[in-house]
Design a protein around this ligand. Structure first.
Ligand SMILES: OCN(O)CCCc1ccccc1
Ligand code: NI
Length: 185
């Protein structure tokens, strides 16, 4: 199982690399990694397991964060208590096909399992995206996302391109954002 010890931190060069596209069929190793990434998210969102293994809660985990520079990320956006998740997929070779001009940023800013410090500020992102990805069997999927799930997926795809959330924060005025940006509470 993946634990915090397997997650590389800010300063590790892999976090700043562009990850390599995967080809199908996936290797056994990459299929196991996909499982392990999603398992980490499930564990990190389970109070008892997270406490037992000292896991920081996460809604996404990208392969570069466990030092595997490949274009794969797990995303698990939970629904309300006892409800189905809003978005639960392992994305292979994800691409943003189109995105809204409208920007959005989380009111409380963002964090990252690979960043052991708070970096306050708005992280402006597209409010709506049309996401294309491949599943572990190589089947193509296309789905429109908006607001929080769209923010999370953009954070994860950034990891595949060596981008960290604070790269988007305005240095001079961290809590400023482009005109008209939706601030999501
Ligand atoms: O890369 C995943 N990760 O570091 C966990 C945090 C994910 C995340 C947190 C806030 C807003 C969007 C995404
Ligand atoms: Ni992150």
């Amino acid at each position: 199982m993946i634990t915090m010890d397997n997650i590389i931190r800010e300063g590790h060069p892999t976090l700043r690399k562009r990850a390599e596209k995967l080809t199908f069929p996936l290797s056994e190793e990459d299929q196991k990694l996909a499982h392990d990434l999603m398992e980490f998210l499930e564990n990190s969102q389970d109070e008892k397991i997270a406490e037992k293994y000292h896991l920081r809660a996460g809604v996404g985990l990208a392969a570069p964060q466990v030092d595997r520079s490949i274009r794969m990320t797990a995303v698990l956006v939970p629904g309300a208590e006892g409800e189905e998740p809003i978005f639960k997929h392992v994305l292979v070779n994800p691409t943003i096909v189109s995105e809204s001009v409208q920007k959005a940023a989380l009111a409380e800013g963002e964090g990252c399992l690979s960043v052991d410090r708070d970096v306050p500020g708005y992280v402006p992102r597209a409010d709506r995206i049309k996401l294309r990805w491949f599943d572990l069997d190589g089947n193509e999927h296309v789905q429109r996302l908006k607001d929080y799930p769209a923010i999370v997926v953009q954070h994860e795809i950034d990891h595949l391109n060596g981008i960290l959330f604070f790269d988007h924060i305005n240095k001079d005025n961290p809590f400023s954002a482009p005109e008209g940006t939706l601030i999501l509470e």
